[in-house]
Design a protein. Structure first.
Length: 299
């Protein structure tokens, strides 16, 4: 006869043995290596796919931001930059593209950014003209000469005209600003200023007055003239056609044709005007210099 306790213990022992059998199962070492190899192959394939996609991606589109540009400027920049970059979105040479954009003389600043939706976005700021340089070019506040994309607008045609060597544009600009400051109390300003290769200045003001001065003590001579015109010569200002300051100890004046009688009376009362009757015609001098001595250089 089998004891009841023994009968219940046998199934319990059988379950324990089954549990121990399952717990003893171990993945073979070669199996673990196989899993590692498969994972490595998956990672390598993913990296290779990413690299191939990176290298074989199509060239990035170029988007020109029209903000602040005229239609002609927009078209000129778009034509220069093209529709697509020379590389894809990731490897496009931004610095080289920036240099190409800045090769357009009328562009002051330019920025390029990568945009996932639009591609390479180019934003350009055109130079703002403050004067004309010769007849076909403009110059900005820094004295940088540039060629406008389109014909000069009406407001640009009214700008002061600078002439001389292109490399001296900043000097001419600075001189114009200084002269305007000296003659501001007389309520006149420069409309034309020329610097010749011999460093002679030819200046025309908006009231018709013409001044010629050499490069010796130029600033002092012009400052003295502005003070004389505001004081001793104030009553004769509207009769003065031109002033020649190319003298060490004085200057000569060219009077308007209808000012002879006034000149004689003024000269009798003011020694500074004694040479007025024999003064040269400044407009004739300017024409001679420009034609014979190549004073006006527009390169």
């Amino acid at each position: 006869m089998v004891d009841g306790t023994t009968l219940h213990a046998l199934p319990e022992q059988s379950n324990s043995e089954a549990t121990d059998t399952r717990g003893d199962f171990v993945i073979p070492s070669w199996g673990r290596y196989l899993v590692y190899i498969m994972l490595a192959l998956i990672v390598a394939a993913s990296v290779a796919f990413a690299i191939r996609s990176y290298q074989n991606a199509p060239n990035a589109n170029i988007y020109i931001d029209p903000t602040g540009l005229s239609p002609a400027q927009y078209q000129a920049l778009k034509s220069t930059m093209g529709e697509q970059a020379s590389g894809n979105y990731f490897i496009a040479d931004i610095q080289s593209m920036r240099n190409i954009a800045l090769s357009l003389s009328w562009i002051d600043e330019v920025s390029l950014v990568r945009d996932w939706q639009r591609g390479i976005v180019i934003t350009a700021l055109p130079k703002k003209a403050v004067a004309k340089f010769g007849t076909e070019r403009l110059v900005d506040a820094e004295g940088q000469v540039f060629v406008p994309v389109e014909s000069m607008a009406a407001d640009e045609q009214q700008l002061v005209t600078l002439q001389g060597n292109k490399g001296q544009a900043p000097v001419i600009m600075q001189q114009m600003q200084q002269v305007n400051q000296w003659f501001a109390p007389l309520d006149i300003k420069v409309v034309d200023i020329i610097l010749t290769p011999r460093m002679t200045w030819l200046i025309r003001f908006d009231d018709g007055l013409r001044v010629i001065v050499d490069n010796e003590n130029t600033a002092q001579k012009l400052l003295n003239l502005s003070q004389l015109l505001g004081n001793q010569l104030s009553q004769q200002r509207d009769k003065i056609q031109a002033v020649d300051l190319r003298y060490k100890n004085g200057f000569t004046i060219t009077w308007h044709a209808n000012a002879d009688e006034s000149v004689s009376n003024a000269a009798a009362n003011n020694p500074n005007l004694a040479q007025a009757a024999e003064a040269p015609n400044l407009e004739g001098i300017a024409e001679t210099v420009a034609l014979n001595d190549a004073d006006v250089v527009l390169d």
